[in-house]
Design a protein around this ligand. Structure first.
Ligand code: FPP
Length: 256
């Protein structure tokens, strides 16, 4: 489940023998407050947040993290002022357009978790192009959670399973944890090992509720625009101090 870290260049900053999580998920919070602290408009914070996205994607790829899931826009974020929503959509489109070449060079596959059909048409087009062009990339998967909500994801999965039962494709007794996982946006991907939330709040905010049952949670006061490589490595060092027992005793875990 955990892959060994094998990049000497960055080793100095990770604890000796540190292992890197296979899948990291991040709630990128604090952009608005970061901007307000500087008496700038909120979009200024989101723009600075894109620089952190670039640095964390690049660091993840260098470390050998296989899956990185970023919560970029929730189903609830549609309730924000129209100007902020359109500003965020513009940043997203620019990011996708400017990063395609780097994604291909670094062998990064883009996937989307969420209601793509609710995004503006121009963003959908660029998103679908980027997903299609990077579909053969294998070194890392970058999941952008866009118009994503975990409860809505579960409702869709349940509806789809109910339809299959009605159509005789599936027996209700055959519904297992695996079949449910297979009907989520994250189908085929491992659950996150580490979930980071920046910006000082200690909650999951409707993010990956099913997938994070046994995920290690890391909350930091650092606001997303200030969350860079060093803060990321610190989170991974702290992850390395955790003992993941998955319901077993400490003695059993050590024996494995
Ligand atoms: C939460 O901070 C952040 C968001 C709702 C948007 C995150 C978007 C980005 C980092 C930039 C665009 C993303 C990509 C992938 C290019 P907040 O605004 O709720 O901050 P606050 O809690 O301080 O108000």
């Amino acid at each position: 489940m955990i892959s060994f870290f094998a990049h000497p260049e960055l080793m100095v900053e990770l604890e000796k023998n540190a292992v890197v999580p296979r899948h990291v998920a991040i709630i990128m919070d604090g952009n608005g407050r970061w901007a307000e602290e500087q008496k700038r408009p909120r979009i200024f914070g989101h723009r600075a947040g894109v620089d952190s996205v670039r640095e964390i994607v690049e660091t993840s790829r260098t470390l050998g993290i296989e899956f990185l899931t970023l919560y970029a826009f929730s189903t609830e974020n549609w309730n924000r002022p129209t100007g902020e929503v359109s500003g965020l959509m513009g940043l997203l489109k620019n990011y996708l357009q400017s990063e395609l070449r780097t994604m291909l060079k670094n062998d990064v596959r883009l996937c989307c978790f969420g209601e793509q059909e609710r995004l503006p048409a121009d963003v959908q087009t660029v998103l679908q192009q980027t997903i299609a062009e990077t579909r053969m990339c294998r070194s890392m998967t970058l999941n952008l959670a866009l118009s994503y909500g975990a409860r809505s994801e579960l409702v869709q999965a349940v509806q789809s399973l109910a339809q299959k039962c009605r159509d005789g494709i599936l027996e209700w007794q055959d519904i297992t944890e695996e079949t449910i996982s297979d009907h989520l946006f994250s189908a085929g991907q491992p659950d996150p090992d580490l979930l980071i939330r920046t910006g000082g709040e200690n909650r999951l905010s409707n993010f990956l509720l099913w997938q994070s049952s046994y995920t290690e949670l890391y909350f930091t006061e650092v606001k997303w625009p200030d969350f860079k490589k060093n803060q990321f490595l610190e989170a991974i060092n702290i992850f390395n101090c955790r003992q993941r027992r998955f319901g077993r005793t400490s003695a059993q875990t050590k024996a494995v």
